[in-house]
Design a protein around this ligand. Structure first.
Ligand SMILES: [Zn+2]
Length: 82
């Protein structure tokens, strides 16, 4: 199983959070809450071109979205990357 990350946007704001998941073949299993644990998938929508990304792609997307991405999720991403 490989780690794969997905970006999620909150309905009321433009803020995005990152969910961690595991991918194996065509299966993709995602966590029930985001990396900062503040958001569940009932509160917004997946960003369609930013799902099931590897760590490198996730960091590139985070840079692209810039300050709209939750800082706590990003810091979790970097701490689990090692
Ligand atoms: Zn977050």
């Amino acid at each position: 199983m490989k780690k794969a990350y997905s970006f999620f946007r909150i309905n009321d704001t433009d803020e995005s959070h990152i969910f961690e998941g595991h991918s194996k073949g065509s299966n993709y299993k995602i966590s029930v809450d985001c990396m900062c644990k503040k958001i569940t998938p009932s509160q917004g929508y997946w960003i369609t071109d930013a799902v099931r990304l590897n760590e490198q792609e996730t960091r590139e997307k985070a840079a692209e979205f810039g300050k709209l991405v939750c800082r706590n999720c990003i810091s979790m991403l970097y701490t689990t990357y090692e």
